[in-house]
Write a protein that binds this ligand. Structure first.
Ligand SMILES: [Zn+2]
Ligand SMILES: [Zn+2]
Length: 119
């Protein structure tokens, strides 16, 4: 997958797994495999990388990315793939107030997520 798009660091996003009680607690996300920061772009891709401009070490669509927040009572060490509703909610809430994204970017993300989870 290419590095194109406008990437934004996933700071302060609540856990997108809908059933997770940690839903409302914002988390700074890092990659499970290497501890690198996690970024998202408007095409609904997630990457982990050393910095925003670096190409991803791990890169995947949101619909394939596993999430684990600090609520281990719920996750029990498991990385869980979020559904469309949870992903859409957590990402747009986190990014709408980040002041880094345009409304065009958010609209494109919502569109991309809709396509991903529709397949
Ligand atoms: Zn990684
Ligand atoms: Zn969680």
């Amino acid at each position: 997958m290419s590095n194109e798009g406008e990437w934004i660091k996933l700071d302060n996003m609540s856990c997108p797994v809908k059933e997770c009680p940690g839903l409302k607690i914002p988390v700074n996300w890092v990659c499970a495999k290497d501890g690198q920061s996690v970024f998202v772009n408007e095409y609904g891709r997630i990457k982990c990388a050393a910095s925003i401009s670096c190409s991803g070490i791990h890169i995947a669509n949101v619909c394939e990315w596993g999430w684990k927040c600090s609520n281990d009572k719920f996750h029990k060490g498991q990385y869980i793939i979020a559904d469309w509703e949870g992903s859409n909610f957590a990402l747009s809430e986190a990014l709408r107030f980040a002041n880094k994204t345009s409304s065009k970017w958010i609209s494109q993300l919502v569109l991309s997520l809709g396509e991903q989870f529709d397949e």
